[in-house]
Design a protein around this ligand. Structure first.
Ligand code: PEP
Ligand code: MG
Length: 605
């Protein structure tokens, strides 16, 4: 803010007065941009349900309050059911039958009333305690059907408690009545994917980090976003007016005229910068000393091709296909996938399109596949590990990609490769499907390139062995950093330990690039750091051939590379490989980038 940059004490004092009445919450910036408007707090936050002691005389009214909340919840559920029946059909609507049954369960309601009367406590506390006891017991039963009712029980419980606390019930993010900023405890990638882009001005969450898939989605959708705000969803109320600053990771509640004025200036600076960046869009990313770096786009769905075309991308470096699989009842079949891949390949030809095979797991869970809950999902049955055991899913996807390959310049990439056997097994499946297609007389690109993601430290360490089986590598630094440093990429509490310039990461990137050079294959980098201007000098200095990031970030990367010298970047890489401090490496890379393109870093008010 204004007073932070001005060292003068008198000015500080004036500035503080100018900002009186507003409140600032600080988090982690994950998607650039500024927006302002009314907020909508999603009810999924785990608000504490307090136990309030009540006087004997207040107990009848407390029981009435419970009854009114139960009736209201029933009406709301029936309403949702009616709307679903209209839009999706009766079979989808019937999923709420189980919820309604929970609401009408006499044993549950009687027990809640008993707790209110005997312990003289408030209704939300009593209802929560009773439903949690039921849910915990249900979660343990052997019968799968009954076990699944645990979620219904908790969902109904949340709805009733929200009504008791006067909070909004669950919101359908696809159909919002007016523009708003969403505030939530957490947002799953599938919820984020559903957001009505026209009405959601921005969003902010209590938890999360820069590389959670929700944050990645926000950047692709160009929705300003802040995460890791700790307690925002409990502190803020529906209808509060806020300014969300996705550059600096702050939310300002009730911004003063002075703050709005300062942000007006920041927005004007950004508009001027965007005009400058537009010039770089259609120019190649060639350094001042004539080194060409490919700049590609990361996409999540076939519809993103339009954005890719206007982003200046040299192609698609990562098509995350898991978004074709989420928010639906059954996985897409071969033909449906073929259509999606064909659309992208044809729309962008002759530019390359790297299609990554299904990388479910971690924070990307599919409602259509009933997968067991895991203690450590990021270390679990993820990605290629899952596909190699679900041949029907792998087969449909690989055949769909192969068939689509004739429409353009398609490449296949396997996620989460941890060893040579896994890679050979995946390639064996691919060879088998190629044979099938040949026998069926179905055409595909016989020269189609195969790549492996290097996102597990083990893969980087044996990159020389993996390089013999593929035509390219793609460094998935989002995961590579979390696995190397043992820092959960989703956890805001340890976000400060998630250091892309940690010497261990620098060395693993170098090992990967060296193995690729020896075996004459090319190396891309498609983790989020590819779109961070502060790190670009280091990455190109280490010898990465391609940087792939969300389409809105590409213009600035091109703009920057056109102002850099490869010789400086190489010198920086040499320094980084001998340096023991992540902070020093970052500072040097940032200094080079800032010197080359200062306006890219002018995001403070
Ligand atoms: C990565 O891990 O860097 C990557 C690009 O894959 P994802 O973010 O989808 O896990
Ligand atoms: Mg990954």
């Amino acid at each position: 803010m204004l007073f932070k940059r001005a060292g003068h004490r008198y000015f500080c004092c004036v500035a503080t007065q100018l900002h009186q009445g507003e409140k600032t919450l600080r988090g982690i910036p994950v998607s650039a941009g500024v927006c302002r408007g009314k907020i909508l707090v999603l009810d999924k936050a785990r608000h504490t349900i307090e136990q309030r002691p009540l006087a004997e005389v207040d107990l009848p009214e407390e029981i009435n309050r419970l009854q009114r909340a139960l009736v209201l919840t029933r009406e709301q559920l029936q309403d949702v059911q009616r709307q679903l029946a209209l839009s999706l059909g009766a079979s989808h609507a019937s999923i709420f039958d189980a919820h309604l049954l929970v609401l009408e369960d006499p044993a549950l309601i009687d027990e809640t009333v008993r707790v209110i009367q005997q312990e003289k406590v408030n209704a939300e506390y009593a209802f929560h305690r009773v439903t949690e006891r039921y849910a915990t017991a249900l979660a343990k039963v052997a019968d799968e059907y009954l076990r699944e009712r645990t979620t219904d029980m908790r969902d109904v419980s949340t709805r009733v408690i929200n009504n008791l606390q006067g909070r909004d019930e669950q919101v359908d993010l696809r159909h919002l009545a007016e523009p708003c900023i969403i505030i939530a405890h957490d947002l799953t990638p599938s919820k984020t994917a559903q957001m009505d882009r026209k009405q959601v001005l921005g969003f902010a969450t209590d938890i999360g980090s820069r590389t959670s898939h929700t944050a990645i989605m926000a950047r692709s959708l160009r929705i300003p976003a802040v995460v890791g705000l700790k307690n925002a969803s409990a502190e803020l109320k529906n209808g509060d007016y806020v300014l969300l600053d996705g550059f600096n990771g702050v939310i300002i509640v009730n911004p003063t005229d002075q703050t709005l004025f300062e942000y007006g200036q920041l927005i004007r600076k950004q508009v001027t910068l965007e005009e400058k960046l537009r010039e770089a869009l259609n120019q190649p990313a060639i350094t001042l000393d004539n080194h060409h770096v490919l700049i590609s786009a990361n996409i999540e769905q076939a519809a993103d091709v339009e954005t890719v075309k206007t982003s200046g991308a040299d192609g698609v470096g990562l098509f995350r296909t898991e978004y074709l699989f989420i928010n639906r009842d059954a996985p897409p079949g071969e033909d449906e996938q073929y259509q999606a891949y064909h659309t992208v390949a044809e729309a962008l030809k002759p530019s390359p399109v790297v299609i990554r095979t299904l990388d479910l797991g971690g924070d990307k869970l599919l409602s259509s596949l009933a997968l067991p809950t895991e203690m450590n999902p990021f270390l679990g049955w993820r990605a290629i590990r899952f596909c190699l055991e679900h041949e029907e899913i792998f087969r449909a996807q690989l055949r769909a990609i192969l068939r689509a390959s004739v429409a353009g310049n398609v490449k296949i990439m396997y996620p989460m490769i941890s060893g040579l056997d896994e890679l050979k097994q995946a390639n064996a499946f691919l060879a088998q499907y190629k044979t099938e297609l040949r026998q069926e007389g179905v055409a595909f690109d016989e020269q189609l390139e195969i790549g492996a993601m290097i996102e597990i430290p083990a893969a980087a360490l044996i990159a020389d062995a993996l390089a013999k089986q593929v035509q390219f590598f793609s460094l998935g630094t989002n995961d590579l950093i979390q696995y190397t440093l043992a820092v959960d990429r989703m956890n805001e509490k340890i976000a400060h330990l998630y250091e892309p310039t940690h010497p261990a990461i620098v060395r693993l990137i170098k090992l990967t690039v060296d193995a690729a050079r020896t075996h004459k294959i090319w190396v891309s980098l498609c983790g989020e750091i590819a779109g961070d201007p502060a790190l670009v000098p280091l990455l190109i200095g280490l010898g990465v051939d391609e940087l792939s990031a969300a389409p809105p970030l590409l213009a600035q990367i091109k703009y920057l590379i056109r102002r850099l010298k490869l010789s400086d970047a190489r010198e920086l890489a040499t320094f980084a490989l001998g340096c023991e401090s992540a902070t020093e490496i970052l500072a040097r890379s940032l200094a080079i980038a800032q010197r080359a393109a200062p306006s890219l870093f002018d995001t403070k008010t």
